[in-house]
Design a protein around this ligand. Sequence first.
Ligand code: A2P
Length: 275
Amino acid sequence: MTHMTESLTVTEISIPKTPTLPDAQTVTAVTHWTDRLFSFRVTRPQSLRFRSGEFVMIGLMGENGKPLLRAYSIASPSWDEELEFYSIKVPDGPLTSRLQHIQPGDQIILRPKPVGTLVLDALLPGKRLWFFATGTGIAPFASLMRDPDTYERYDEVIMMHTCRDVAELEYGRQLVESLSDDPLIGEMVGDKLRYYPTTTREQSARMGRITDNLTSGQVFADLGVPPLSPAHDRGMVCGSLDFNTDMKAVLEGFGLREGANSEPAEYVVEKAFVG
Ligand code: A2P
């Protein structure tokens, strides 16, 4: 595809080892996207059922013999035989400083109890579904974008993703571009999925923070859609704490209200894993 392809390191194995630790799963593939970002796939516990957008606790055994776990959104769709995760590498992060070195055949710990608010059931029916993500916050949407339910419930799905640099958008870009040809879901996606990537620090075709592109109306003008309205639009937000806080204010400004599993409304928010 692009400038990034040459520098990608993709490693795969075909026969996973049998897990031995409790709740252990075997790593089957690791892709390093940039020096800050990587994705990996692991075997899926047979009994694990989840709703697209949910997260699980995953991690490694700590040096003190206790599991070191963090919340990770499942990036793969619920029909996938394996599970996929997308992670930042924090140089001195207790977990990611070690997790970034995993190789196919290694084991990680995965607690098979999916939870989370970023699910379609927490939203009232609507016409247009917006995904708002910064950085690794795109992970739950990587799952939701591949869920047939998303396209059954909405006429149009808009993926806004913002990163500092072009290279950091690549995981999402490749996924979006692969969907229309996907043998399982391509037909459902059709031309319903629209992609609006921006960068904030590196010069690119489209720039600016999601919050700014919404409040200025730039994104509505670019995509030829009306401004957000509680009657038609639904939003799902996943990024840093600051991003989530600012996005709540922006969405409330358009008249949308925050929903939950127990009380669906017009938007939902989840914090992306950081550290
Ligand atoms: P910016 O470059 O202007 O800080 P990070 O890599 O630090 O997690 O940030 C990911 C992206 O999220 C960056 O493009 C960053 O823009 C953007 N961002 C960070 N904080 C906010 C916020 N409060 N509102 C909107 N966008 C944000």
